[in-house]
Ligand binder design. Structure first.
Ligand code: AP5
Length: 217
């Protein structure tokens, strides 16, 4: 069992690789982005405020996301937790360390997915997901086998995210460089940071992540 963080800018492939690890290793994906998108549709005042922030490409407050993770981290971790999109700030990283320590768990690897910013626009603007099962696709690099139908669950409810525009992506990248990229140095100093080439083919990225996880056994 291993608890890991997938760290990288928007479109680096965190969600894609997290889903593979869930299938291949029985790990549990904790995506704060998915949790917040669920909150957006809750019809509550908090959901409305979260939607405004996310659609602009800004970060939601530390307090909200730490609360979301705190609720999940005590549950069954199966093959380990994959923190996808969390932590994103230094206070969130400190909070995760404290939460893991309090629940008697460890952080076993932090995997930085390195990508070239220029590739991200094409990745983000071509992305669509299944509204039913959450499978992630791309217009050119990973289209569905039957147009308009999810390969995994057969749903025709395929959606694009409100923040997957070039304008919102610029803001998301700005937030990443200002607030999230310092975590690379933070985890390097703590130990346990590994980097993989996020621009490689999806299977090769998966193999590189598997190598990092198997090295620790
Ligand atoms: P979140 O949902 O976490 O989005 P993100 O970090 O911007 O990351 P993405 O989901 O856009 O990209 P990804 O790396 O998962 O890439 P994917 O695998 O889909 O956060 C959204 C918002 O929520 C934030 O902006 C913020 O407002 C809020 N939020 C979330 N967490 C927060 C936190 N902790 N604190 C504060 N606010 C928070 O891949 C992208 C595309 O590329 C896909 O189409 C895929 O098919 C394709 N692709 C993937 N890998 C490859 C490959 N190797 N080759 C070719 N194509 C590929």
């Amino acid at each position: 069992m291993a608890n890991i963080i997938l760290l990288g800018p928007p479109g680096a492939g965190k969600g894609t690789q997290a889903k593979r690890l869930v299938e291949e290793r029985g790990m549990v994906q904790l995506s704060t982005g998915d949790m917040l998108r669920e909150a957006k549709t809750s019809g509550t005042e908090m959901g409305r405020r979260v939607a405004e922030v996310m659609d602009r490409g800004d970060l939601v407050t530390d307090e909200i996301v730490i609360g979301l993770i705190e609720e999940k981290i005590t549950g069954n971790a199966g093959g380990g937790f994959i923190f996808d999109g969390f932590p994103r700030t230094l206070p969130q990283a400190d909070a995760l360390g404290a939460l893991l320590a309090r629940t008697g768990q460890t952080l076993d690897a932090v995997i930085e997915m390195q990508v070239d910013d220029a590739a991200l626009v094409a990745r983000i603007t071509g992305r669509f997901t299944c509204g039913q099962c959450g499978e992630v696709y791309h217009d050119s690099t990973r289209p569905t086998k039957v147009p308009g139908t999810c390969d995994v669950c057969g749903s025709t409810n395929l959606k694009r995210r409100a923040d997957d525009t070039e304008e919102a992506l610029k803001q998301r990248l700005m937030e990443y460089y200002k607030k999230t990229s310092p975590l690379i140095g933070y985890y390097y100093a703590k130990g346990g940071l590994s980097a993989v080439d996020g621009l490689a083919e999806m299977d090769d990225v998966g193999a590189a992540i598997a190598k990092v996880l198997d090295r620790r056994k």
